[in-house]
Design a binder for this molecule. Structure first.
Ligand code: ADP
Ligand code: MG
Length: 398
């Protein structure tokens, strides 16, 4: 789960991370009120969407206009910037061409930027440690820096047994070319970020840019934060920050029914039990020249209702031109699956070819139920046969 910049900053402030003063707003009037509480005279109005590159992004209905982050110098300009953002669709490098409607903004005190640096924390699966990445190239995408000037990236892995130590933070601060008091404030900030990351079970925390002000202060000017979904049950306060507007509606619906669904770009919908089998099914569809429309794992103990929900979900994607059901009946019996498939096919008035491959417990009974249903369901004997049949059926129907 990801959260907005202003939410990340509110969390980080509690951990002692230095961030500029600011407040969120949902209307232009609220934005002006938020600005009045700031010292001025420079304000920054920032679009809040779960995607980076907002500053360089452009609004769809205003291609010659300014970006999604604007530095302004009066309350009137705060209002104008808020009106230009709220309810408008912002397209950035990370949103894709469709863009994202801005529904909230953040009004922040303008900072006196002397240097822009990069800092992030992530879980490195290779070492099993939280790794801190830093670079002097603030404001740039770290992927670009890694591709062209990898020597500019400082990487420090923190042993979970010791936690963060002064030598870690000093290595980063010196690596960033900081001197004097800036070393102290950067070290404190990095240690606070690490504590927040650990305590909150974050999976990613990116501060881009981290700045040094004219007065030598070190501040987090942007904040992007993602959390480990499997640990959210112990962070109710973080879970409350979830913004469903920022998530794919089909994926939100899927999570309500405990279905693991990820939408993809192809035209063959897949319904499978088990993540490994789902991956194998997607692979074999590709091997036979097709493209999967989704990853969908209905889980081990799926019921008839859940199978029906899964079908509805697959068919809610207008790109789907055929469905492949691939179920291995272990805990789940094939006859239950067959009944679920039939009930769902009737309920949603199936209009695309459907291939079903069943294997395992009660497979004969399952196949019998399908063939006696009177529905145009093609039965397949093995994975290769199933992929071959659905790819051909979709091509024929096209
Ligand atoms: P994004 O990464 O989505 O473009 P940022 O929050 O990094 O958004 O903002 C983009 C740029 O806007 C920053 O690199 C910085 O130069 C400027 N900026 C952002 N917040 C402030 C602020 N409070 N004061 C001054 N400049 C800011
Ligand atoms: Mg940024």
């Amino acid at each position: 789960m990801n959260i907005h910049e202003y939410q990340a900053k509110q969390l980080l402030r509690k951990y002692g991370v230095a961030v500029p003063q600011g407040a969120p707003a949902y209307t232009a009037d609220e934005a002006v009120e938020a600005a009045k509480a700031l010292p001025g005279p420079v304000y920054v109005v920032k679009s809040q969407i779960h995607a980076g590159g907002r500053g360089a992004g452009r609004f769809k209905d205003d291609p010659n206009g300014k970006g999604g982050v604007r530095v302004v110098k009066s309350l009137d300009e705060v209002k104008a910037a808020a009106e230009a953002m709220l309810g408008h669709v912002l397209v950035t490098k990370q949103t894709g061409a469709a863009g994202r409607e801005v529904k909230r903004i953040y009004v922040e005190a303008g900072a006196d930027i002397q240097r822009e640096l990069y800092l992030s924390l992530l879980v490195d699966r290779g070492t099993g440690r939280v790794t801190i990445l830093a670079s002097t190239e603030g404001g740039m995408e770290i992927e670009e820096v890694a591709a062209h000037t990898p020597e500019k990236i400082i990487s420090v892995a923190v042993d979970p047994a010791t936690g963060i130590q002064p030598f870690h933070t000093r290595k980063i601060a010196f690596g960033l070319g900081l001197t004097g008091d800036a070393v102290k404030s950067a070290s404190k900030l990095i240690a606070s970020l690490y504590k927040a990351f650990n305590d909150l079970d974050a999976s990613m925390l990116e501060i881009n840019p981290l700045i040094v002000t004219g007065a030598g202060e070190v501040l987090a000017l942007d904040a992007k934060m993602g959390f480990d979904d499997n640990a959210l049950f112990r962070h109710k306060d973080v879970l409350e920050l979830r913004d469903l507007d920022e998530e794919d509606p089909a994926e939100v619906e899927a999570s309500k029914h405990e279905l693991n669904y990820v939408k993809l770009d192809g035209n063959i919908g897949c319904m499978v039990n088990g993540a490994g089998l789902a991956m194998a099914t997607m692979d074999i569809i590709k091997l036979y020249g097709g493209e999967p429309a989704n990853f969908l794992d209905v889980g081990g103990g799926a019921t008839k209702e859940r199978v029906t929900q899964a079908f509805k979900l697959i068919l809610s994607d207008p790109n789907v031109e055929g469905i492949l059901v691939n179920i291995f009946g272990g805990i789940m019996r094939c006859d239950v699956i067959a009944e679920g498939v039939i009930a769902a096919a009737k309920e949603v008035s199936l209009h695309v070819p459907l291939v079903v491959r069943l294997e395992g417990t009660n497979v004969e009974l399952g196949k019998k139920i399908l063939s006696e249903s009177g529905l145009p369901i093609k039965s397949a004997d093995n994975l290769a046969d199933a992929a071959d049949k659905i790819v051909k059926a979709v091509k024929e129907a096209a």
